[in-house]
Design a protein around this ligand. Structure first.
Ligand code: NA7
Length: 538
C-alpha cells in the first residue's frame, strides 16, 4: 500500500460544476491535498457549456444558489426570478472567486481513464494530455446531462451551413438575423431555443418527433427592493425546499383529485398555470403524477390550453402529446412557446408523419421534401446520467469496468458508491437522491454527507472503503420500488434511460431516485448513525 505522501493527492474531484465547486469547498475545510480536474476552460459545468439562446433556469433563482454561506447569499443579487445562463455562470464564477477555489482547479483537463490499484490502495487517473495522477480517493461530479447525443442520421457531415448541438454552443455570438434556422428536438432545451429565436430569425423550421407537455414559466425581473426582501427570507426558503420531495419551493398538494369539485380543481389549475415555475408539475394534486385517471383529466385540461394558444387547429393538435401524460416526462417551461407557432415565419414539421431521411448540404431532407436552412440546431438531448461515466474508463478491482457493470441498470449503494470500485465516490451519481432534485439543494446534502464520511475515514486512518453487494442490491430494490409509484415509469424519456440515438434496443432503466429528497436524507443519516452500515472499511 502506498503511504499518503507517496500519492499525488488525497482526493481528486472530476468536474468543476455546481457539485464539484461545493465538494472542493467542503473538502478544503479538512485540509486535504485535493485537486479538481475539469474538461472545460472554466468552472460552471452545465452552465459553462449550455450557452444556447434561451437557456435559463426552471428553478427559482433564489432557491438555486448555494445555501451554506450567508456572505455569498447577501452579496449576490439575482436579476430575474428564473435567471438566464449568462447570469448563472457569472454567479458560479463569483462563488469560485469568493472562495478562492481556482488555484485548486485544473481546466482543459480531460480525464480518459481511472484505474484502481489494489496494491497501493489508490486510483491512477490518466489525462488526455498523457499525465498520470495518483490519488487515494476519487470523486465524480461529472453531471447528469453532460454527454450530449447527436442524432444518428445520414449526412450529418454534409451540411454546409453552421450546425451546433445546444450543449456545445460556441462562446462566440451566432448571428441569426436574416437566417433560415432549423431546430431538431422539442425537449426542455428545444422549447427554450424555439421560443427565443422565433422573432429573431427569417425562417424557423421546427423538426418535432414527439411533442412534450409544456407550461408557462411566468418569469419576471427581480427589482432591487424585491431582492432585498428575498435576502431576509433565505432561511425560510431553504427550510421550505428541504421539506419538498424535489427540493423546490413547490411541493405536492396532498389532496386527492376526487375529493375536490371539478370547479375547484379547475380554479386551482388555472392558478398554477398563471404562477411562476414548476408548481404546475410539482405542486399539483399528488395523484396527477401517480394515477392514470387523474393524469388523463389534467392532461386534457392542459391540451385545451394548447388549443387556446395556437391559432391553427392542425398545428395545435400536433403539439399535443399523445404518447404520454402530463408530467411523466420532464416538463419544459416556456415563455411564448406556443405563440411562436402563430407567426408566419415559424413552421412545424412532424417527423412522425414525414421522418428525416438525411441531412443534405443545404438542410434537411424528410420523406416529404427538402427544407433548406442556413443554421441547424441540434437540441437532441443526452445520454443521461450514465453517459458521462461511460466516456471515462473506470477500471475497478479485477479489471472490471464501470461501463460493463452498469450496462443494464446502474447498481449503486445510495448513489454514492458501487461494489468493485473502492474509494470511488459518485457524487451526484445515478440513483443518488441528490440528483433528481433542485440540484444545489440535493447536492449540498449529498456532498455534506460524503465530506463527513471522508472525515470519518481520516479520523480512523482508513485507506480503503467499499460498499457491499448486499447493500447495493437492497438500494437497487428500493430505487425500483420508487419508480413503481410514479407514472413516469411508463414514459420513454431520459428519466427511464430512453434516447433513440443510443445503440442497442431500448429497455427501461432505473437511473434516478424518486423517493424524494427528505426520504433520501433520512437514508443517509441512518447509514451514518449506524457506523456507515453497508460499507467495509480497511
Ligand atoms: P431531451 O428532453 O432528451 O429532448 C431531446 C429532443 O430531441 C426530443 O424532442 C427528441 O425527440 C429529439 N430527438 C432526439 N434525437 C432525435 C432524432 N434523431 N430525430 C429527431 N428528434 C430527435 O433533451 P433536452 O436537451 O431537451 O433536455 C434535457 C434536459 O436538460 C431537460 O430535461 C432539463 O432537465 C435540462 P423524442 O422525444 O425522442 O421523440
Amino acid at each position: 500500500m502506498a503511504t499518503d505522501s507517496e500519492l499525488d493527492h488525497d482526493i481528486i474531484v472530476i468536474g468543476a460544476g455546481v457539485c464539484g465547486i461545493y465538494a472542493l469547498h467542503c473538502l478544503l475545510q479538512k485540509n486535504l491535498n485535493i485537486t479538481v480536474l475539469e474538461a472545460g476552460s472554466g468552472p460552471g459545468g452545465t452552465w459553462y457549456w449550455n450557452r444556447y439562446p434561451g437557456c435559463r433556469f426552471d428553478s427559482e433563482s433564489w432557491s438555486y444558489g448555494y445555501s451554506f454561506s450567508n456572505e455569498i447569499l447577501n452579496e449576490w443579487n439575482w436579476t430575474e426570478h428564473f435567471a438566464s445562463q449568462p447570469e448563472t455562470l457569472s454567479y458560479l464564477e463569483f462563488v469560485v472567486d469568493k472562495l478562492n477555489l481556482k488555484p485548486h482547479m485544473q481546466f482543459d483537463c480531460k480525464v480518459k481513464r481511472c484505474t484502481w490499484d489494489e496494491n497501493t490502495r489508490s486510483w491512477e487517473v490518466l489525462l488526455a494530455d498523457s499525465r498520470r495522477l495518483t490519488t487515494r480517493f476519487l470523486m465524480t461530479a461529472i453531471g447528469l446531462l453532460s454527454a450530449p447525443t447527436m442524432p444518428t442520421i445520414d449526412g450529418l457531415d454534409d451540411f454546409e451551413g453552421e450546425a451546433w448541438h445546444t450543449y456545445y454552443w460556441p462562446g462566440k455570438k451566432v448571428e441569426f438575423t436574416g437566417k433560415r434556422v432549423g431546430v431538431i428536438g422539442t425537449g426542455a432545451t428545444g422549447v427554450q431555443v424555439i421560443a427565443e429565436l422565433a422573432d429573431k430569425v427569417k425562417e424557423l423550421t421546427v423538426f418535432q418527433r414527439r411533442p412534450n407537455w409544456c407550461a408557462p414559466l411566468n418569469n419576471t425581473k427581480i427589482t432591487p427592493e424585491e431582492m432585498d426582501a428575498i435576502k431576509t427570507q433565505y432561511d425560510d426558503i431553504f427550510e421550505r425546499c428541504s421539506q419538498t420531495p424535489g427540493g423546490f419551493i413547490h411541493g405536492p398538494r396532498r389532496t386527492a383529485l376526487e375529493d375536490v369539485s371539478t370547479e375547484d380543481r379547475h380554479a386551482f389549475w388555472q392558478e398554477l398555470y398563471n404562477s411562476p415555475g414548476f408548481g404546475i408539475w410539482l405542486g399539483n394534486y399528488r395523484d396527477v403524477l401517480m394515477d392514470h385517471e387523474a393524469n388523463e383529466e389534467f392532461s386534457e385540461w392542459i391540451a385545451e390550453k394548447i388549443r387556446d394558444r395556437v391559432d391553427d387547429p392542425w398545428t395545435a393538435e400536433k403539439l399535443i402529446p399523445t404518447d404520454h401524460g402530463f408530467g411523466t416526462r420532464r416538463v419544459p417551461m416556456e415563455t411564448n412557446y406556443y405563440e411562436a407557432y402563430n407567426r408566419d415565419n415559424v413552421h412545424l414539421v412532424c417527423l412522425r408523419d414525414t421522418p428525416i431521411e438525411k441531412i443534405t448540404p443545404n438542410g434537411i431532407q424528410t420523406t416529404a421534401e427538402e427544407f433548406e436552412v442556413d443554421i441547424l440546431v441540434y437540441a437532441t438531448g443526452f445520454d443521461a446520467i450514465t453517459g458521462s461515466f461511460d466516456r471515462i474508463e473506470f477500471v475497478g478491482t479485477d479489471g472490471q469496468t464501470l461501463r460493463d457493470k452498469w450496462v443494464n441498470d446502474p447498481i449503486t449503494y445510495l448513489g454514492v458508491q458501487t461494489h468493485g470500485f473502492p474509494n470511488l465516490f459518485t457524487l451526484a451519481g445515478p440513483t443518488a437522491g441528490s440528483v433528481s432534485t433542485n440540484f444545489p439543494r440535493g447536492i449540498e446534502a449529498g456532498v455534506d454527507w460524503a465530506a463527513d464520511l471522508v472525515q470519518h475515514i481520516l479520523d480512523e486512518g482508513i485507506t480503503r472503503v467499499e460498499c457491499s453487494t448486499e447493500a447495493e442490491t437492497q438500494w437497487g430494490d428500493h430505487v425500483r420500488d420508487m419508480y413503481g409509484v410514479l407514472l413516469l415509469r411508463e414514459a420513454k424519456s431520459w428519466f427511464t434511460g430512453y434516447n433513440s440515438n443510443l445503440a442497442g434496443e431500448y429497455k427501461a432503466r432505473h437511473l434516478l431516485y424518486w423517493g424524494g429528497a427528505p426520504r433520501y436524507r433520512e437514508h443517509l443519516v441512518t447509514v451514518a448513525e449506524n457506523y456507515y452500515e453497508g460499507f467495509a472499511f480497511a
